[in-house]
Design a protein. Structure first.
Length: 427
C-alpha cells in the first residue's frame, strides 16, 4: 500500500520501504575472500605496490581501521609498527563480485526495483514484496544480507528508510555502529536523529566546500538549515540549494523506477568507476563509452535519434543528473554520440567527484538507408565510414582490444579493462 504524507513545504512524500545495502570495505574484503582470509582479523590494504610508498590506499580491511588506518591515505602514512599485506587492485575481481551481489538482489526484487548506486552499494525498493514474503523490511534485510554472506563471503551493512535519502543517511551514520549492521529510520527520526547530525558532511549530499559555505551562514548542524526558507537556498545555491533544504527535512520525492532505463527499445551502457573522476578526466571515459555504444548500434544494423546521458556523483557527495537530447538525423556515429553527450555534460556538470556515467541510445530504427550530411564532404564521410566498418570487422573477429586508440594508454582510460572483463567482444 502506498501512504502519502503532506509536508510543511507543501510537498507530497511517498512512504516506501527502501533498503540501502553497502558492502563493508568492499575492495579489501574481496581480496581477503580470494585469499581465504578474514577481513576482520587480517591487516590488508589495497594499493599498487609499484607506485612505492606514495601509493594511495584504495581500501583497507575493517581490522586495519581498528588500528587507526583510514580507507583513503598513502602507504607511507601507515605506522611502521603495523605489519600488513598489500594487494594490488584487481578490478576484474571486484566487477565479478559486484555482479554476484546484483544477481542475489534480483532473486529478491525485480530489475525495476533495484538501483545500483556504485560498485559496492545499491538501493532496493521492497515495498511491494513484503506481503509476498510475509515479512517486514527489517527481516527481509537480514535475509538478503545473510544470503550475501553465505554466497560471496562478504559482509554488508544496511540502512532502511521511507525514501532513498533517509535510507542512505541511516546507512552512512548509524548502521556501522549497530551489532546487526542495520539501521532503520522513519519520518519520526528526522527531529531526533537527522537534525542533530554534525558536522554537516554527515548528511548525504553535503561536501566539505558546501559545508564551509553553510558554516559561514551560522549553520553548524542539519537542523540549523531551517533557519532560512527554501527560496533562500535556491537563490544562494541553485538546484542543489533546494535539495539541501528538502533533504534536511527528510524529503526525497525521487524513486527507483525513475532511475531505471526506459521500457522502450534502447541500447544502453553504464560504468561505475572504481575511483572518483574529475570533470577534467571524465570526457575520456565518455568518448570511450560513446565508441562502444556506437559499435553496438552498427553491429545490430541500427541507428538512433535520441541520446540520454547521465552522471552520478561520488556516494560521499550524492546527487546525479540525467538528460536526453533529440538528434536532427538518426545516427550510429561515435563522434555524433560523443558530441551530444559532451554537450549535456558541459551544460549540467558541477565540479564534484564523479563515480558513475550512463549513456542510452533510444528511438531506434533499422539502418536501411544512408543520409548524407550536406555540410560535410560526402566523399570524406564515405571514406570515414568505410574505415569504421573495417575496424568493426577486425575487432569483432579478434577482440575489441585488437585495435585501440592511443588514448587507451592514458592512466585514466578504462576501455582495456572493460573489454577484458566483458570478454573482449561486442554484441
Amino acid at each position: 500500500m502506498l501512504y502519502l504524507k503532506r509536508t510543511k513545504v507543501g510537498e507530497i512524500m511517498n512512504e516506501r520501504n527502501i533498503l540501502c545495502i553497502d558492502l563493508k570495505s568492499f575492495f579489501a574484503s574481496c581480496e581477503c575472500v580470494e585469499r581465504k582470509l578474514d577481513p576482520f582479523t587480517t591487516p590488508l590494504v589495497v594499493a599498487d605496490p609499484e607506485r612505492g610508498k606514495g601509493a594511495i590506499t584504495l581500501a583497507v580491511t575493517p581490522y586495519m581501521k581498528t588500528l587507526g588506518v583510514p580507507s583513503r591515505g598513502r602507504i607511507f602514512e601507515i605506522p611502521n609498527n603495523i605489519k600488513y599485506i598489500i594487494a594490488k587492485p584487481t578490478m576484474e575481481l571486484y566487477l565479478k563480485k559486484s555482479k554476484e551481489i546484483i544477481d542475489i538482489f534480483l532473486n529478491f526484487v525485480s530489475k525495476e526495483d533495484l538501483h545500483v548506486y556504485s560498485i559496492d552499494e545499491s538501493f532496493l525498493d521492497v515495498t511491494n514484496y513484503l506481503k509476498l514474503y510475509k515479512t517486514n523490511d527489517y527481516n527481509l534485510a537480514i535475509n538478503i544480507m545473510k544470503t550475501i554472506k553465505e554466497k560471496t563471503g562478504l559482509t554488508s551493512t544496511c540502512g532502511i528508510g521511507p525514501n532513498l535519502f533517509l535510507a542512505k543517511v541511516a546507512l552512512d551514520t548509524e548502521s556501522k555502529h549497530n551489532k546487526d549492521c542495520i539501521a532503520k529510520w522513519t519520518y519520526e527520526d528526522i527531529k531526533t536523529k537527522l537534525w542533530n547530525l554534525e558536522p554537516l558532511t554527515e548528511m548525504w549530499g553535503i561536501g566539505s566546500k558546501t559545508m564551509k559555505k553553510l558554516n559561514d551562514l551560522g549553520i553548524k548542524k542539519v537542523g540549523d538549515i531551517n533557519k532560512y526558507n527554501i527560496n533562500f537556498y535556491k537563490r544562494r545555491f541553485g538546484i542543489i540549494g533546494e535539495e539541501i533544504y528538502l533533504h534536511a527535512n527528510g524529503i526525497d520525492t525521487s524513486n527507483i523506477k525513475e532511475k531505471c532505463e526506459s521500457k522502450n527499445k534502447s541500447y544502453s551502457i553504464s560504468q561505475i568507476l572504481y575511483k572518483d573522476y574529475s570533470i577534467i578526466n571524465t570526457p575520456l571515459i565518455i568518448r570511450e563509452m560513446s565508441s562502444t555504444l556506437a559499435k553496438r548500434l552498427r553491429n545490430n544494423k541500427k541507428v538512433c535519434s535520441c541520446i540520454s546521458f547521465g552522471i552520478g556523483y561520488s556516494k560521499n557527495i550524492g546527487g546525479y543528473f540525467y538528460h536526453s537530447k533529440k538528434l536532427s538525423t538518426s545516427t550510429n556515429n561515435e563522434k555524433e554520440i560523443y558530441e551530444t553527450c559532451k554537450n549535456i555534460f558541459d551544460n549540467y556538470i558541477e565540479d564534484l567527484p564523479i563515480r558513475k556515467i550512463s549513456i542510452s541510445a533510444s528511438k531506434i530504427s533499422d539502418n536501411n538507408y544512408h543520409q548524407l550530411n550536406l555540410f560535410e564532404n560526402s566523399l570524406e564521410e564515405e571514406n570515414n565510414e568505410k574505415i569504421t566498418l573495417t575496424i568493426d570487422n577486425i575487432t569483432n573477429k579478434f577482440g575489441n582490444n585488437s585495435i585501440l586508440k592511443a588514448s587507451s594508454l592514458i592512466e585514466y582510460s578504462t576501455i582495456k579493462k572493460r573489454n577484458n572483463t566483458l570478454g573482449g567482444h561486442s554484441k
